[in-house]
Design a protein around this ligand. Structure first.
Ligand SMILES: Nc1ncnc2c1ncn2[C@@H]1O[C@H](COP(=O)(O)OP(=O)(O)OP(=O)(O)O)[C@@H](O)[C@H]1O
Ligand SMILES: [Mg+2]
Length: 504
């Protein structure tokens, strides 16, 4: 007889159903695990044997075959321990054979039979709910699974023994409840930044429309300081975005304690980051920083210090909002719609352009340094600004800088306008001007005659690419939204153009 237990394999953030089939047949003591298991899955047989032994069960000295179907789908990870153990337990009669029919099971086993948390429980629970099934997972992952649905059947025991008791009806495990992150740490506030009015305005515009931003300035001007204050003016994630962000965090194993947070992700990888770390991949297919920043911010400080090849790998996700990782036997995509915020000095010594300063390396200093960033990458950055050093008058004396809360309020109003506009235009999946496609933005901007003339002359004079043209329209739309104006006018187009024409 063959016993079957349902589990999942992950492809990107999607969970695909996998059947664990167990057969105990006459023959010498042998344990076979087939169905494209990776090393972690192969090793599960050792953990399963030990966990069953620790739970007072032993396997018969027969030929045991475990098949993970479909056999041509690669299986990665340690979460196959639990379904394999459950299949074996059902095969030897330790649990009723039909007890597992309505469940998807996933979890890692310790040698003592304890269930350890595994990555990907949230997408697994959502997939299980889609199939009309319940889920069995480790107790630490219970709160995460509970987000999949209020009426979903969830068993989250802390050991194999507790699971046996639950399935046998001796001692029931209570249903876990969804959890939100309690008391998230306080975010740094914009009121601490002195002067830099142009940069503050640019930061607000970038936040309001989800635009990419590049800040160029001498050391100590406040570039990193401003960028790290962006999360404090961004609106919280809406329920749809929250689920997507949490699924990625779950797959990456970064959902601490199964508690979800509606704060937008802010990722700031160091400039030594590899391409696999940034766009995903590596030995195990893991989401990269671009995906971890989905629906949030990817902050690249000291932009030219990143390897040029790594920077250029951002071009595809910046355009399509997702990243595709091709492997020998699979192609996996992760969502990656992030807002790029970058900061850099104008040259290696950091002071090119400062009045009275001459670079030791001569004029080539700035050109060499800025040349590390490719034209196509720059073309994708809607807002580029120069930050001068903070003046002594701004630094000394009382500060009257606006706090983040006031700016956040204006950003939230502008974002709500955008959400409504795109929902009415038949694109409910678009929440910001930056995320709108070319046709959609042309349809909603509709500039007046004066603005069109300005756009035309700028496009010809500065040789704007087609992408740059659409990006100017997007920023202009955001400027009008921030000003509460229905129509995009000449001043909006002029300001949007000024952000693009600052030379890097
Ligand atoms: N505009 C400002 N208002 C208040 N303090 C500032 C400002 N700019 C810089 N500072 C002070 O200087 C410190 C360094 O600023 P920050 O790290 O943002 O500079 P930076 O522009 O990123 O420099 P670098 O190019 O060297 O990375 C801050 O921690 C803060 O104490
Ligand atoms: Mg800095």
């Amino acid at each position: 007889m063959v016993t079957r237990v349902a589990t999942v394999a992950f492809q990107g953030i999607e969970a695909v159903q996998v059947d664990v089939q167990v057969q105990i047949a006459p023959g010498g003591a042998k344990f076979l695990l087939v169905g494209l298991p990776d090393k972690a899955v192969k090793e599960s047989s050792e953990r399963v044997h030990a966990a069953l032994y620790a739970s007072g069960l032993s396997l018969p000295p027969k030929r045991i075959t475990v098949n993970l179907a479909p056999a041509d789908l690669p299986k990665e990870g340690s979460h196959y321990d639990l379904p394999i153990a459950l299949g074996l337990m059902a095969a030897i009669g330790a649990i009723p054979p039909d007890a597992l029919n309505g469940y998807v099971a996933l979890g890692e086993l310790g040698l003592d039979g304890r269930l350890a948390p595994t990555a990907g429980v949230l997408p697994a629970a959502i997939a299980a709910q889609g199939l009309g099934l319940g889920i069995i997972c480790a107790s630490e992952c219970g709160p995460e699974a509970a987000w999949a649905g209020e009426d979903m059947d969830i068993i989250a025991p802390d050991s194999l023994l507790a699971l046996c008791n639950h399935l046998g009806g001796h001692q029931l495990c209570s249903r876990p409840q969804p959890r939100r992150q309690a008391n998230p740490p306080r975010l740094p506030d914009l009121s601490e930044v002195r002067g830099q009015e142009v940069a503050r305005r640019a930061l607000e515009v970038a936040a309001a429309g989800g635009h990419n931003l590049l800040m160029i300035g001498p050391p100590g001007a406040g570039k990193s300081m401003l960028a790290t204050r962006l999360p404090s003016i961004l609106p919280p994630l809406n329920p749809r975005e929250l689920l997507d962000v949490s699924m990625i965090q779950s797959i990456a194993g970064e959902l601490a304690g199964g508690a979800l947070s509606d704060r937008r992700p802010f990722r700031a990888p160091h400039h030594s980051a590899s391409m696999a770390a940034l766009v995903g991949g590596g030995l195990k297919v893991r989401p990269g920083e671009v995906s971890m920043a989905h629906n949030g911010v990817l902050f690249l400080d000291e932009l030219p210090e990143f390897s040029p090849a790594v920077l250029d790998s951002l071009r595809q996700p910046l355009e399509s909002g997702e990243t595709a990782i091709a492997r020998a036997n699979a192609r996996v995509t992760f969502p990656a719609r992030f807002q790029l915020v970058a900061a850099m000095n104008p040259c290696k010594c950091g002071l090119a352009g400062t009045p009275g300063h001459t670079c030791k390396r001569g004029d080539a200093c700035a050109a060499d340094y800025q040349g590390r960033i490719s034209g196509p990458l720059l073309d994708r950055i809607d807002i580029r600004i120069d930050l001068p050093a903070v003046s002594a008058a701004d630094m000394i004396g009382p500060s009257d800088a606006e706090p983040s809360a006031a700016v956040a309020m204006r950003v939230a109003v502008a974002r709500e306008l955008q959400r409504k506009r795109y929902a009415e235009a038949g694109a409910p999946e678009v929440f910001t001007n930056a995320a709108a496609g070319a046709t959609l933005i042309e349809q909603v901007v509709n500039p007046d005659k004066e603005s069109q003339a300005l756009l035309l002359s700028a496009a010809e004079r500065f040789k704007l690419s087609a992408r740059a043209y659409h990006r100017v329209l997007k920023v202009a739309r955001t400027l009008a939204d921030l000003g509460g104006e229905e129509r995009v006018g000449r001043p909006h187009i002029a300001e949007a153009l000024s952000y693009r024409l600052t030379l890097a």
